[in-house]
Design a protein around this ligand. Structure first.
Ligand code: MN
Length: 250
C-alpha cells in the first residue's frame, strides 16, 4: 500500500464505520429478527419489500469489493430500487402483506416496467448482499458440492461456467446458479434487473447464487476488467447461505 493513499483509505474506513453503524441501527422487522438470529441469513422466500441492514460493514469485503463501492451500491443504487418498488406497489395496488416478493416476481408480466425493474432490482440486491461474507469457506460441502460435481463435472468447472455467464452478459445484468423445475443445477444470466423467478425470464428456476455484473458493482476498482472482479468475488461467496437455499429446494 503506498503512502499517498493513506488519507484516502482512512477517510473511506471512517466513512464506512459511520455508515455501517447507521445501517445496522435501522429498524429490523420482527419476521427478519427471527431469521437474523440464525446466522444473519434469510432465504429466498423471506426477502422483505424494504431494504435490510447489511450483515457486515462496507469495508469488510475489501478482498474483493472496495468499501466505497459497497457503500454507494447499498445506499444509492439498491436504496433507489427499494424506494421505487414501494412506490410501484402502492400505485399498482399490490397488497404486500399478503403477496410475497417472490410470488409477485413470478407474475411480473401483469405489472408495469417500473415494478419489474425495481422489484427485480430490490430482490436481486438483497439476495446478493446475503450471498457474501467476509469469512467465506471458499467452497461448499456435502449435498450441494455433490450436486455441483454431478451437474458440472467439478467445482472448478462450475466456477468457470458461472464466471463465463457473468463475463458474456452483454451490458448490465446478473449471472445465476439456479435449481430448475426438474431439480438440476443450471447456470445462466439475465439482463438488467430481471431474475430467474420472473415469468418473463428466459432463465427460470429457484436462485441459489447471483452475481451483479452491472458496472456500478465493480467499476471503481476494476474499471473495464469485469473478469478480474468475478475472479476476486469467489473469495467472498457465502456458501453457508447458498447451501441453505439449496436445502430449501430438496
Ligand atoms: Mn447493483
Amino acid at each position: 500500500m503506498s503512502t499517498k493513499n493513506t488519507s484516502r483509505r482512512t477517510f473511506i474506513a471512517d466513512a464506512a464505520k459511520t455508515t455501517a453503524a447507521v445501517a445496522l441501527s435501522a429498524t429490523v422487522i420482527p419476521a427478519l429478527a427471527k431469521i437474523t438470529n440464525e446466522k444473519s441469513s434469510y432465504l429466498v422466500k423471506n426477502i422483505p419489500y424494504s431494504q435490510q441492514p447489511l450483515p457486515y460493514g462496507y469495508k469488510d469485503l475489501e478482498v474483493a469489493i472496495d468499501a466505497m463501492t459497497m457503500e454507494i451500491h447499498h445506499t444509492k443504487h439498491a436504496a433507489a430500487y427499494a424506494k421505487n418498488l414501494n412506490e410501484a406497489v402502492v400505485a399498482e395496488k399490490v397488497d404486500i402483506s399478503s403477496v410475497s416478493l417472490e410470488s409477485l416476481l413470478g407474475k411480473i408480466s401483469k405489472y408495469s416496467p417500473k415494478l419489474r425493474n425495481n422489484g427485480g432490482g430490490h430482490f436481486n440486491h438483497e439476495f446478493f448482499w446475503q450471498s457474501m461474507t467476509p469469512k467465506s469457506s471458499l467452497k461448499p460441502e456435502g449435498k450441494l458440492l455433490a450436486q455441483i460435481e454431478k451437474d458440472f463435472g467439478s467445482f472448478d468447472a462450475f466456477k468457470t461456467k458461472f464466471a463465463d455467464a457473468g463475463k458474456t452478459r452483454f451490458g448490465s445484468g446478473w449471472a445465476w446458479l439456479v435449481v430448475s423445475s426438474d431439480k438440476k443445477l443450471v447456470i445462466g444470466s439475465t439482463p438488467n434487473q430481471d431474475n430467474p423467478l420472473m415469468d418473463v425470464s428466459e432463465l427460470k428456476g429457484t436462485p441459489l447464487l447471483g452475481l451483479d455484473v452491472w458496472e456500478h458493482a465493480y467499476y471503481l476498482r476494476y474499471q473495464n476488467k469485469r473478469p478480474d472482479y468475478i475472479t476476486a468475488w469467489w473469495s467472498v461467496v457465502n456458501w453457508d447461505v447458498v447451501t441453505k437455499r439449496f436445502e430449501e429446494t430438496i
